[in-house]
Design a protein around this ligand. Structure first.
Ligand code: ZN
Length: 245
């Protein structure tokens, strides 16, 4: 069976058959493994409809859960260098670890369509205003999608934050000293990281609820959820450039 998956930032998974192809529209915070599981859960419906050529939408609401393994996709040095240049020029950005082009639109609001982030033409002409519009979009995206990931982890571990914020932090992905007071103050650019690195930052933040320092107990907590946390910490280091943009 041929399957085509399109990402969306709406919290939905929709399936329909079109000319014998299963077309899936799924929340971009869901991993491929989770989408595959959802397809398998709906296999009876799929089997009943796969011979049909007319469109029959079947919406299914599924909250994003990101507890699956996912590695960062290494890029070649050349393409990475071009991406960094384009990000500083606000011609491209990174969303959930994927490069996204930036283009202008006549709409007053920024929106993401596939691999293109459209921003209002009134902000597009100038690099600084373009960058401001991109950052504003990323902040909103972090406050919706990443906040859900944080809430999911909190409910799984029965740990309740006092407050969750997404700001422009100087230097840190999450403010460790505030996390000790159960205030989670993330850098909004966490939304630009791949799934497993977002999870690393989130687990790091929750570990501070019971461990104020980066001591043995702290890393033991982190390793319970992320046994390969050392590799993730070093991968995260490669993304610090995002905070210089
Ligand atoms: Zn820390």
């Amino acid at each position: 069976m041929r399957v085509e998956i399109t990402g969306t930032f709406k919290k939905i998974v929709k399936m329909r058959f079109e000319n014998g192809i299963l077309k899936v529209v799924a929340n971009r915070f869901l991993s491929d493994k989770k989408i595959k599981e959802i397809i398998e859960e709906n296999i009876d419906w799929i089997n009943a409809h796969k011979t049909s050529v007319k469109e029959e939408p079947k919406p299914q609401i599924e909250k994003a859960k990101n507890d699956d393994k996912e590695r960062c996709c290494p890029q070649s040095k050349d393409s990475q260098g071009q991406l960094v240049q384009d990000m500083f020029a606000a011609r491209q950005t990174l969303i959930l670890g994927d490069p996204v082009n930036i283009a202008s639109c006549s709409s007053g609001c920024s929106y993401l369509d596939g691999k293109t982030l459209y921003i209002s033409e009134k902000f597009y002409a100038n690099r600084d205003s373009r960058l401001k519009a991109v950052k504003s979009f990323l902040k909103k995206l972090a406050a919706s999608g990443v906040a859900d990931e944080v809430a999911d982890f909190g409910s799984k571990t029965a740990m309740c934050p006092v407050k969750i914020e997404f700001r422009e932090n100087n230097g840190s992905w999450v403010k460790c000293s505030l996390a000790n007071q159960r205030i989670l103050c993330f850098d909004f650019r966490i939304v630009q990281l791949p799934q497993q690195l977002r999870k690393y930052v989130i687990v790091h933040a929750f570990a501070h609820f019971s461990h104020p320092l980066h001591d043995c107990g702290f890393w033991k907590f982190v390793s319970e959820f992320l046994p390969d946390y050392r590799i993730l910490a070093s991968e995260l280091d490669e993304y610090k450039i995002l905070k210089d943009i």
